[in-house]
Design a protein around this ligand. Structure first.
Ligand code: EPU
Length: 350
């Protein structure tokens, strides 16, 4: 079923709870609706696919079409030797899917528990947490290709996955694909991943052998709740910035600056070695700059995880959030010589 609405307020559809209007809003419940919708999208018509709206900041009204998938089908196929393929519609809530899979004893998605947003958006954004990224379990992404007017199944290896990135985010592809479903490869054979910092602390000496995916999910939700705001209660888009990757000389500069700020002779900078350099938690840099709790109008830096910007009053404007974003970028740059880049997508024109 296709529902078309004009000039609606997107506040309920973005987790920042920002007021912004869109010209047209099209919601669809079936994969069979997509070709009909595609045929009405003119070549010059601007459109976006909106999932749970958990990674978007509407900086102005959006003068285009917002496509919203409500495809909620979930199918399960046993492939033998414990392997299970789950196909979930793009409109399925990622966390509801994870809860169902974990409850059924299926391993693979549990570390992504509590991440807001829908299945389709998770495949675009390659969401990640606690040592797992969506691309670790995705098998294929099914989409309608507006260039060829056909449905295609894109194997994970062709999705161009990287840190919070995929080929679906390339500017030439944004107007090309409408994701209908994602296939995940899960397993009934235990594969607990509990080595990630704060998770390892929670599990202590617990032996991997006795764990269930549901237990891991419960612990992850507990860890997340300590640090991250509950999106139903306080507007935010999760991590606002990506963790920067720097080279050795910048890393050394960061260490020296941290010593200077704290007055200590030696500061241990948290970091992870990655293929293209050294990844530093942006939260650590923002914290060292003393920005926790900083307020711009109705927006604020979240105290328990300064990588998160929140709509503190519930009435923050996009301008407040962008002002705070710029303040953070400028302060971190001036202090550490590192430029932070937003993970949150900005939609509209400031
Ligand atoms: N830290 C501070 N001060 C704080 C909080 C954290 O200095 O108040 C430092 C600590 O050194 C800590 C480090 O930041 O060890 C990292 O913090 P955390 O483990 O929370 O991870 P993160 O790198 O800040 C990333 C993802 C999160 C994901 C967590 C857990 C990005 C941009 N963010 O955050 O994803 O939940 O790891 O895996 O990669 C999201 O994308 O919306 C999101 C929440």
């Amino acid at each position: 079923m296709i529902t078309r609405l004009n000039d609606i307020n997107l506040r309920p559809y973005n987790t920042f709870r920002i007021d912004a209007k869109c010209s047209q809003f099209i919601e669809y419940t079936s994969v069979d609706d997509i070709p009909a919708i595609a045929s009405t999208l003119g070549p010059d018509m601007d459109f976006i696919n909106l999932g749970g709206g958990s990674n978007m900041l509407f900086v102005s009204d959006y003068n285009g079409v917002v496509l919203h998938s409500k495809i909620l089908d979930i199918e399960m196929e046993h492939l033998g030797n414990g392997a299970v393929r789950i196909k979930a519609g793009s409109g399925v809530s990622m966390d509801e899917l994870i809860e169902r899979c974990a409850t059924s004893g299926l391993w693979g998605l549990e570390n992504l528990s509590g991440i807001p947003g829908n299945v389709g958006a998770s495949a675009v954004q390659n969401v990640g947490a606690y040592g797992v990224e969506a691309c670790d379990v995705i098998h294929t992404v099914e989409c309608f290709d507006l260039q060829t007017n056909r449905f295609v199944k894109i194997p994970v290896g062709e999705c161009g996955y990287g840190y919070r990135n995929s080929m679906f985010k390339n500017s030439e592809n944004k107007r090309r694909f409408i994701i209908s479903a994602v296939e995940f490869d899960l397993s009934t054979i235990p594969t607990p991943k509990i080595g990630y910092g704060s998770l390892a602390e929670e599990f202590g000496n617990c032996s991997d052998g006795n764990l269930t995916p549901l237990q891991i999910r419960d612990v992850i939700i507990k860890v997340r709740n300590k640090k991250l705001p509950e999106v139903d209660e306080i507007g935010s888009a999760g991590s606002f910035f990506k963790n920067p990757v720097v080279d050795k000389s910048i890393f050394e500069h960061i260490r020296e600056q941290a010593c200077r700020i704290t007055g200590q002779n030696d500061v241990i900078v948290p970091h992870y070695d990655v293929s293209d350099g050294i990844k530093i938690p942006a939260a650590w840099l923002i914290d060292r700059c003393g920005l926790k709790g900083t307020v711009c109008g109705g927006a604020a830096v979240w105290d328990n995880q300064p990588l998160v910007i929140v709509n503190k009053t519930g009435n923050a404007s996009a301008k407040d959030i962008v002002e705070l974003e710029n303040k953070i970028i400028e302060t971190v740059e001036a202090t550490f010589g590192v430029t932070l880049h937003p993970e949150v997508e900005h939609i509209g024109i400031i």
